[in-house]
Design a protein around this ligand. Structure first.
Ligand SMILES: *[C@@H]1O[C@H](CO)[C@@H](O)[C@H](O)[C@H]1NC(C)=O
Ligand SMILES: *[C@@H]1O[C@H](CO)[C@@H](O)[C@H](O)[C@H]1NC(C)=O
Ligand SMILES: *[C@@H]1O[C@H](CO)[C@@H](O)[C@H](O)[C@H]1NC(C)=O
Ligand SMILES: *[C@@H]1O[C@H](CO)[C@@H](O)[C@H](O)[C@H]1NC(C)=O
Ligand SMILES: *[C@@H]1O[C@H](CO)[C@@H](O)[C@H](O)[C@H]1NC(C)=O
Ligand SMILES: [Zn+2]
Ligand SMILES: [Zn+2]
Length: 492
C-alpha cells in the first residue's frame, strides 16, 4: 500500500494510536471502575484530538516537553472551530466533538509537501462496494454530480471506469476495512479519503453504518461525497463553515456548492477551468515553486471547435465519454456533462505528445488504443503504457504505414481498421487478423467512400467521419441512415 502525502500525518497518528493505549483515565480506587460521564467526555476528547489534531497521548502519563499538551491541542481545535480558546473541555467544545464529521485530520502534517495533486487532468473513478441504503443508479448519479462540482471549477475531467484500478475508487465499508482507519459505527466519522497518489491514493470510503440519503434526511451522500472528492483531489480542511471542505457535516444548499475559497484552492492546484479563456487570465497564473506547472499544463491556443471545416484525425468512445483528436489536440465530451473539456493530448495523457491517426476503445478491458503511423499505445484508465508497440504485432503487413481510422464493435468483439480504400477486421478475443482482410471498404460499406478520417461505434450504429461530414451507418442493413457535420458532435 502506498503511503500518501495527504494522509501521512494520519498514518503516523494512527500508528501511534494503535500502539499507544489511551491514558488510563479511571480513578484507581481498587474497585471495579464504572466510567462516569466526565470520563467519557475526556476519553472522547482524547480520541478526537489524537485523530484530528495529531495529539500524542503519553503512555506513561507523564508529559514530555517535546510533545504538545492535551490543552494546547484542545486550543488548536477550539480555534479551528471558532470557539473560545480556553484549553478546557467545555460544553461548546464537546458539542462540536460530538458532531458527525469527516475522518481526515484537520492539521497539516509537518512533512506535507505543497502541491499534492494529480499530474494529469483526466481522472478515472469507479465504485466498488455500494451502499444498501440507496439504489445503485442513485449512488452513481450522486457520485457523478459530486465530481461534477469540481469538474465545473477546474480543467479536470472525471471518467467512469468499471475496473477496480480507477484513480478514485469509491467504497462503502464499515468498521475495519483494511486501511488502518476503521470506521466507528453510526455518526462520528462519516467518511474519509486519501490524497492523490497511486494505489489507495484518491480513494474515498464511506461508513456504511451511516444512513445515506439523496436529500436532507440522514446524511446527504452528495454533500459528503463532494467534500471527500475535495480531499481526493488534494484539498485540506477549511475553517470556514461556508467551504465544502469544512470538516463537520452540515446541511447546505446543493447548488453552487463551492465557496470562493474552494474555487481558489482547486484552481491553485489545477488551474482555472479552460472554457472561454482569456489569454490574460491564463498567463496570470504563475507557480514559481512547482515545476510541473510550467510548460504544457495551461496551453494557450484553443482550437476553434465550431469551425464548419473542422475534421478529426480520430474519434473514440472512452467509457462514457467521447474523445475527439485533431493534431495534438483533444476534446472530451462526457455523456453526463454538458461542457466539453479540451486541451493538448499531453494534458490528459502525459506520455502522448503526438498526432493520433486512429483510436478505439475496448470496454471489456477498459483500454483505449491510440495510433500514430506504425506505432500504437495502450491507455488503461489514464495510465499510458510508456512503450509504443508496432502495428505489425496486430498482423498488419509492413506496407501498411498508417491507419486512418479504427473502431471496436463490442457486440461482435471485432475491431475494424481503415486504411485508404481498404479495411481490416481484427478479432480482439483471439487477437488475430481475419484471413480475408483486407477487403475493399466500398464492397462492404456501400455508400462510404474513403478515406475515412475517424470512426465511432455508439448506440448500436457506426459513425464514419469523412472530411467534415459524419455518416451514421447501419452495418446490418449496410446503408447510411443519417448525416451530420462534425461540429454538431461538439454541440456547435
Ligand atoms: C466566549 O466567551 C465569551 C465570554 O468570555 C462568551 O460571551 C461567549 O459566548 C463565548 N463564546 C463561545 C462560542 O463559547
Ligand atoms: C505521428 O505524429 C507526428 C508528430 O505529431 C506527426 O508529425 C505525424 O504526422 C504522425 N504520423 C502520422 C502518420 O500521422
Ligand atoms: C514496424 O514494423 C514494420 C515492419 O516490421 C517496420 O517497417 C516499421 O518501421 C516498424 N515501425 C517502427 C516505428 O518501428
Ligand atoms: C473472417 O470474416 C468473415 C466475414 O468477413 C467471417 O465470415 C469469417 O468467419 C471470419 N474468419 C475468422 C477466422 O474470424
Ligand atoms: C478493390 O476494388 C478495386 C476496384 O475498385 C479492385 O481492383 C481490387 O482488386 C479490390 N480489392 C480487393 C481486395 O477486393
Ligand atoms: Zn474532510
Ligand atoms: Zn478507509
Amino acid at each position: 500500500m502506498q503511503v500518501l502525502l495527504c494522509l501521512v500525518c494520519a498514518f503516523g497518528l494512527f500508528g501511534q494510536f494503535r500502539q499507544t493505549p489511551l491514558p488510563d483515565i479511571r480513578e484507581d480506587n481498587g474497585s471495579v471502575h464504572p466510567t462516569t460521564p466526565a470520563q467519557n467526555d475526556l476519553s472522547l476528547a482524547t480520541k478526537y484530538l489524537q485523530r484530528f489534531y495529531s495529539f500524542q497521548a503519553d503512555p506513561t502519563g507523564r508529559r514530555r516537553r517535546s510533545r504538545p499538551s492535551f490543552s494546547s491541542k484542545l486550543k488548536d481545535m477550539q480555534s479551528f472551530f471558532g470557539l473560545n480558546r480556553t484549553g478546557t473541555l467545555n460544553p461548546e467544545t464537546l458539542l462540536v466533538m460530538r458532531t458527525p464529521r469527516c475522518g481526515v485530520s484537520d492539521v497539516e502534517d509537518y512533512s506535507h509537501r505543497r502541491g499534492n495533486r494529480w499530474r494529469k487532468n483526466l481522472i478515472t473513478y469507479g465504485v466498488g462496494r455500494y451502499t444498501s441504503d440507496l439504489p445503485v443508479n442513485t449512488v452513481d448519479t450522486l457520485i457523478a454530480l459530486a465530481l461534477d462540482v469540481w469538474a465545473k471549477a477546474s480543467p479536470l475531467t472525471f471518467l467512469r471506469s468499471y475496473s477496480h484500478q480507477a484513480d478514485i475508487m469509491v467504497e462503502f465499508v464499515s468498521n475495519e476495512h483494511g486501511d488502518s482507519f476503521p470506521f466507528d459505527g453510526p455518526e462520528g466519522t462519516l467518511a474519509h479519503a486519501f490524497g492523490p497518489g497511486e494505489g489507495i491514493g484518491g480513494d474515498v470510503h464511506f461508513d456504511e453504518a451511516e444512513v445515506w440519503t439523496a436529500g436532507p434526511k440522514g446524511f446527504d451522500l452528495y454533500l459528503v461525497a463532494a467534500h471527500e472528492f475535495g480531499h481526493a483531489l488534494g484539498l485540506k480542511h477549511s475553517q470556514s463553515p461556508e467551504s465544502v471542505m469544512y470538516p463537520k457535516y452540515k446541511h447546505r444548499k446543493t447548488y453552487n456548492l463551492l465557496s470562493s475559497e474552494d474555487i481558489i484552492n482547486i484552481n491553485t492546484l489545477y488551474g482555472p477551468r479552460n472554457k472561454q479563456p482569456s489569454p490574460s487570465s491564463r498567463f496570470s497564473w504563475s507557480y514559481p515553486s512547482n515545476p510541473w506547472y510550467s510548460g504544457s499544463y495551461f496551453p494557450v491556443p484553443l482550437k476553434d471547435m465550431c469551425n464548419p471545416d473542422l475534421t478529426f484525425d480520430a474519434v473514440t468512445t472512452v467509457g462514457e465519454a467521447i474523445f475527439f483528436f485533431r493534431d495534438k489536440y483533444l476534446w472530451i465530451k462526457h455523456n453526463n456533462q454538458n461542457d466539453i473539456k479540451e486541451g493538448p493530448i499531453s494534458n490528459f495523457m502525459p506520455n502522448i505528445d503526438r498526432k493520433i491517426d486512429a483510436a478505439y476503445w475496448v470496454p471489456q478491458r477498459s483500454t483505449a488504443y491510440l495510433f500514430n503511423g506504425t506505432n500504437f499505445w495502450t491507455v488503461k484508465g489514464s495510465q499510458v503504457k510508456c512503450r509504443a508497440k508496432n502495428i505489425s504485432s496486430l498482423g498488419f503487413p509492413s506496407w501498411v504505414q498508417q491507419i486512418d481510422a479504427a473502431v471496436h464493435i463490442h457486440k461482435t468483439v471485432h475491431t475494424l481498421f481503415f486504411t485508404e480504400h481498404l479495411y481490416w477486421r481484427y478479432n480482439e478475443h483471439y487477437k488475430t487478423m481475419n484471413d480475408s482482410s483486407p477487403r475493399n471498404i466500398s464492397d462492404d460499406f456501400p455508400g462510404i467512400n474513403g478515406p475515412i478520417s475517424a470512426a465511432l461505434y455508439k448506440d448500436g450504429s457506426l459513425h464514419f467521419f469523412v472530411g467534415s461530414d459524419v455518416y451514421k451507418y447501419d452495418f446490418k442493413q449496410k446503408e447510411i441512415i443519417g448525416a451530420d457535420k462534425t461540429t454538431s458532435w461538439l454541440g456547435c
